[in-house]
Design a protein around this ligand. Structure first.
Ligand SMILES: Cc1ncc(COP(=O)(O)O)c(C=O)c1O
Length: 396
């Protein structure tokens, strides 16, 4: 006997993401030939430990706070003192008069985005994303009832304002950007973001309703020097989706927040819709222990110099092998041009050398592969001969 299931969910569940698929393949392969012989560059799982202060605070809370208080429900939007701490941090760091009542604590950026898109999208709304983009955007946007409008990035993977101008119209609800960027490592500068803000202001005026700007910021602290401008300082109708997954290496703890700019039109109504979407999606009361842990660690980050050293080594050696790429300015991904047009075919050949790379197709463009260098340095060192052999196979 079989019941009819939700076809769309069934499809999503069976399809699995290309990245997870590779990750599972890598685990299987490690069992067969030993983990040290598999070069898994598929997943964005931080390889640098969380700062000691994170572990210490978790231990302190577990030791000092009575369990029934520590592990009980918080308010749906988060513990009041945590929301206040986040708002104060944003206020001090970015000089934005952030209100605690516009902070919603969530299970990472994924939940921030699904909750926000649930609050924003009405039938027919388009969300503009800049290709290449994080593949789950499509899943989140479509599930919220919106449509994905892909706008290609410029050749250097920065914003193409001309292309954005053409794409934004009456149907655009929001522009969603991610900087430092997954998968390209681009960090958008103040100039280009100001250009985008001016464009959105003009479009909003012309049509009489605001186009929202969504900043997806799990990699904010992972910049190798380039400043990361704060969206709320550039544009009024901005919402920040933040996560501690990468900055504090807490990806498995599922903790982040959503912050609505105090200057956002209808900020109170938008926040109420965020609470409604959180309720409808079951994203209420983010993990209570880690809400408190992050409150004591705002502004801290894992040791970025480790990722920078990995980037430098990988970039230098890949260049020497003959591969081409735009050097990443942040995050921990290298986006390499595939030596053949079919990136999936290239990844299959890479697998022959035990190199697990992600083809760019699911990021919204073809012809590239993503190499996640959030791995132990030895993995990169051991993988270099495999990259060299792969390059030789293509006559680079
Ligand atoms: C650009 C981007 N947005 C959102 C997420 C989701 O992050 P989280 O673990 O905080 O849900 C990721 C995770 O890799 C990401 O790369």
């Amino acid at each position: 006997m079989k019941n009819k299931l939700n076809e769309e969910m069934l499809r999503l569940g069976k399809e699995r993401s290309a990245i997870r698929e590779l990750f599972e393949y890598g685990r299987q392969r490690a069992k067969e030939i030993g983990a040290e012989n598999v070069f898994d560059f598929s997943l964005g799982n931080p390889s640098v430990p969380a700062p000691v202060s994170v572990t210490k605070e978790a231990e302190r809370l577990l030791r000092e706070v009575p369990a029934e208080q520590l592990h009980g429900y918080t308010s749906a939007a988060g513990a009041p003192e945590v929301r206040a701490a986040v708002a104060e941090y944003i206020g001090k760091t970015f000089s934005v008069p952030q209100k605690a009542e516009h902070i919603y604590m969530t299970c990472g950026a994924a939940a921030s985005l699904t909750v926000l898109l649930g609050a924003l999208c009405t039938p027919g709304d388009e969300i503009v994303v800049i290709a290449p983009y994080f593949p789950e955007y499509r899943v989140f946007i479509e599930r919220a009832g919106g449509k994905v409008r892909e706008v290609p990035a410029a050749e250097d993977f920065h914003l193409d304002l001309g292309a954005l101008e053409e794409a934004i119209g009456a149907q655009t609800k929001a522009v969603l950007y991610n900087s430092p960027n997954n998968p390209t490592g681009a960090v958008y500068g103040e100039e280009e973001l100001r250009g985008l803000a001016r464009l959105l202001e003009r479009k909003s005026r012309e049509r009489g309703t605001p186009v929202y700007l969504i900043a997806d910021e799990p990699y904010r602290e992972l910049s190798y020097g380039a400043p990361v401008p704060y969206a709320m300082n550039l544009y009024d109708h901005a919402i920040v989706c933040y996560s501690f997954s990468k900055s504090l290496s807490l990806a498995g703890e599922r903790i982040g927040y959503l912050a609505v700019s105090p200057r956002c039109a209808d900020a109170d109504a938008l926040f109420a819709a965020v609470c409604g979407a959180g309720r409808a999606l079951g994203y209420v009361c983010a993990p209570a222990l880690f809400q408190r842990v992050i409150a004591a660690n705002l502004g801290k980050a894992s040791d970025v110099s480790v990722y920078r050293a990995n980037r430098d080594l990988l970039c230098e050696e890949m260049r020497a092998c003959g591969f081409s790429y735009v050097a990443p300015e942040g995050a921990f991904y290298l986006f390499v041009k595939s030596p053949e047009p079919d990136a999936k075919a290239f990844c299959e050949r890479a697998k022959g050398h035990e190199l697990l790379l992600v083809p760019s197709d699911s990021f919204g463009i073809g012809g590239y592969v993503r190499v996640s260098y959030c791995v132990p340095r030895q993995t990169i060192e051991r993988a270099l001969p495999a990259f060299a052999a792969l390059a030789r196979e293509y006559g680079l």
